[in-house]
Design a protein around this ligand. Structure first.
Ligand code: CP
Length: 312
């Protein structure tokens, strides 16, 4: 692959290759071996048109740990604010010969469009409600390490599915790896194309969580509910917020996940989020750095193989 735009084009063996390499980086990161020259001489530009804590920080750390020159574009201070289009901005950067472009954008499909216009490898750091591939990969690595496998698991994805690129990428990845996927949430927050996903749908947490191995919570994404129905936080927490009582329906060793940023007391009880025996939320963040290191290394290797004179 020349880019990482989504999970959709990846095969199960592509996914396994990224996770296997990421596993090696987890061990190196833990042993404080945080520098290599895998991306030495390459320039990585991060363009975030939407807020980010985890994704931007981990892409930056991942690039630096692999020896790339990393530049974070301050999009609030960029010429986008003067009316320049996304494509003109991208073409301008392209003329400076970056090797890796990491892009987050509020519009679904914007990152794919940009990838068609530039010469470098593009990594999607989240586009609208479309895809967030590195999030799904880091979630997959977290699950694989916690459960010892990434197939034949019962996985519940809960909450605001309709507005979630995290859910879309996870449904695709976990489906490709042959897991049983349940979506739990209010019918108003289920996507219209749900029939195409091959998943089970529930609007009752107790029923949907029955005997699952993995409970993946999602943030209520009010910023994407433009003009639509916004549930009250109290009512939402009562029906769909993960608390100890609801979690009791899952398997005894079920893990609890959340991609962050998390709204405590809205979609998840703070005590559950902090329970180190159940919650793997901090592991997810740790896996994020390793997965992004692996994804960038594989793309750089692929580009070197295609044009060795350019990326010697
Ligand atoms: N999970 C995630 O994408 O978090 P950020 O928005 O902080 O990057």
């Amino acid at each position: 692959h020349s880019h990482l735009l989504g999970i959709e084009p990846l095969t199960p063996s592509d996914i396994t290759a990224i996770l296997d390499l990421a596993d090696q980086y987890v061990e190196l990161n833990r042993r404080d071996v945080k520098h290599s020259n895998v991306l030495a001489g390459l320039t990585q530009v991060n363009m975030f048109f939407e807020n980010s804590t985890r994704t931007q920080a981990s892409f930056e750390l991942a690039g630096k740990r692999l020896g790339a020159d990393v530049m974070n574009m301050a999009m609030q201070a960029s010429s986008i604010k003067k009316g320049e289009t996304l494509i003109d901005t991208a073409m301008t950067l392209n003329a400076m010969h970056p090797d890796l472009l990491v892009v987050r954008h509020p519009h679904s499909g914007a990152v794919d469009l940009l990838a068609q216009k530039v010469n470098c490898a593009v990594l999607n750091a989240g586009d609208g409600r479309h895809e967030h591939p590195t999030q799904a990969l880091l979630d997959a690595l977290t699950i694989r390490r916690a459960k010892g496998r990434l197939h034949r698991l019962s996985i519940a994805i809960c909450g605001d599915i309709a507005h979630s690129r995290v859910a879309r990428s996870n449904i695709m990845l976990l489906g490709k790896m042959e897991n049983r996927i349940r979506l739990i949430g209010p019918p108003t927050l289920m996507p219209s194309e749900i029939g195409a996903f091959g998943v089970e749908v529930y609007d009752d947490m107790a029923e949907g969580l029955n005997d699952v191995d993995v409970v993946m919570m999602l943030r209520l994404q009010k910023e994407r509910m433009d003009g639509g129905f916004i549930p009250s936080e109290r009512e939402y927490y009562h029906r769909y917020g993960l608390d100890a009582l609801k979690l009791n329906h899952a398997k005894n060793d079920a893990i609890v996940m959340h991609p962050g940023p998390m709204n405590r007391g809205v979609e998840i009880d703070g005590e559950i989020a902090d329970d180190i025996n159940r919650s793997v939320i901090q592991e997810q963040v740790e896996m994020g750095v390793a997965v992004r290191m692996a994804a960038m290394e594989l793309l750089a290797r692929n580009r070197r193989a295609k044009s060795p004179e350019v990326m010697a």
